[in-house]
Design a protein around this ligand. Structure first.
Ligand code: GDP
Ligand code: MG
Length: 314
């Protein structure tokens, strides 16, 4: 493991791929690897790109990579796709699209399944981001699918979050009104080559004006056509602008603290749940009793907590 960690820190692509597999699969040594690498992370700029399936996120990420490479920044991109939850394999579409970066040492691309049981980013995904960060990439981009909970989660773990919408996506406007909008630092209306892009931009802007209390920063609403590469330079500028804003007035430190707490809560939740379930004697019988109202939740929780306490140390 120590050797693998060293190779990751040296940015060796094959070591990186192996380390990610170890972390993803939770194989033996995963915790040790994370212990070794985590102290070396924190230097990368992290960007979340989220939105509905088909919004053009991957195409946009590909363009962002191109733009960042032109600035001589190294970039790692992880696409999380819940539609392939069992294989954890790379998505063919992403692979083919991103193939042109394949020979470039400054680019690392990986698709992975989202194993988050409660929606959002799985703890392993966050660990993978830290790993890529530790490997020395200047920028780490995380693409996630979804409108709602998943965004909240990605927004909490990446420095800047870009929400990608498309013309005519009325459901998104409703979601924004319901409060999903706080999760985006930058709004992008992609497929701006299509009819209705201007209307979509105005609709988002008017929802943003409804914010109460007024935020100390109003997210910009940008237009892109990812397939043609239009609007990418302004998006990169907006990302720089948001980062500059974060660096002022201790905001970045506040973000890091909040992200760390969220990560701890999330990982601890998963960990304790797994341990309690494993430690619970006659688990099925307890669940049946819970279902048939023979036992209520508070008592079962006490039983489960006691089971963890009495279980032999792992
Ligand atoms: N017309 C148009 N199509 C786009 C644009 N961006 C992406 N697409 C297409 O939309 C489809 C879905 O793109 P993809 O990047 O895979 O979306 P994702 O699911 O959000 O990652 C693909 O066929 C893209 O070629 C755009 O700006 N305009
Ligand atoms: Mg995609």
């Amino acid at each position: 493991m120590d050797q693998l960690a060293r190779a990751v820190l040296e940015g060796e692509p094959r070591a990186l791929a192996r380390a990610i597999s170890v972390v993803e699969s939770g194989a033996e040594g995963a915790s040790h690897l994370i212990d070794l690498l985590y102290p070396h992370s924190g230097g990368a700029t992290t960007i979340g790109v989220t939105g509905a399936p088909g919004a053009g996120k991957s195409t946009l990420v590909d363009r962002l990579i191109e733009g960042l490479r032109a600035e001589e920044k190294s970039v790692a991109a992880v696409a999380i796709d819940p539609s392939s939850p069992f294989t954890g394999g790379a998505l063919l579409g992403d692979r083919v699209r991103m193939m042109r970066h394949h020979a470039d040492d400054g680019v690392f691309i990986r698709s992975m399944a989202n194993r988050g049981r409660f929606g959002g980013l799985a703890p392993t995904t966050r660990s993978v981001v830290h790993l890529l960060d530790a490997a020395g990439f200047d920028v780490v981009i995380v693409e996630t699918v979804g409108v709602g909970q998943a965004e909240v989660s990605v927004a909490g773990s990446t420095m800047s979050t870009v929400l990608v919408l498309v013309p005519g996506q009325g459901d998104a406007i409703q979601a924004l009104k319901a409060g999903v909008m706080e999760v985006a630092d930058i709004f992008v209306v992609n497929k701006a080559d299509r009819e209705g892009a201007d209307r979509m931009v105005s609709a988002i802007e008017s929802v943003l004006q409804l914010a109460d209390p007024l935020p100390d920063r109003t997210p910009p609403v940008l237009r892109t056509c990812a397939t043609r590469g239009d609007g990418i330079a302004p998006l990169l500028e907006a990302l720089d602008g948001h980062r500059a804003w974060l660096r002022k007035a201790k905001r970045l430190q506040d973000f890091r603290i909040a992200a760390a707490e969220e990560e701890l809560r999330d990982a601890l939740g998963h960990h304790l749940t797994d341990r309690a379930i494993a430690a619970l004697d006659e688990k099925e019988a307890w669940i049946e009793r819970l279902a048939s109202r023979e036992v209520a939740l508070p008592r079962l929780i006490r039983v489960a907590v006691r089971a963890i306490r009495d279980a032999p140390r792992p």
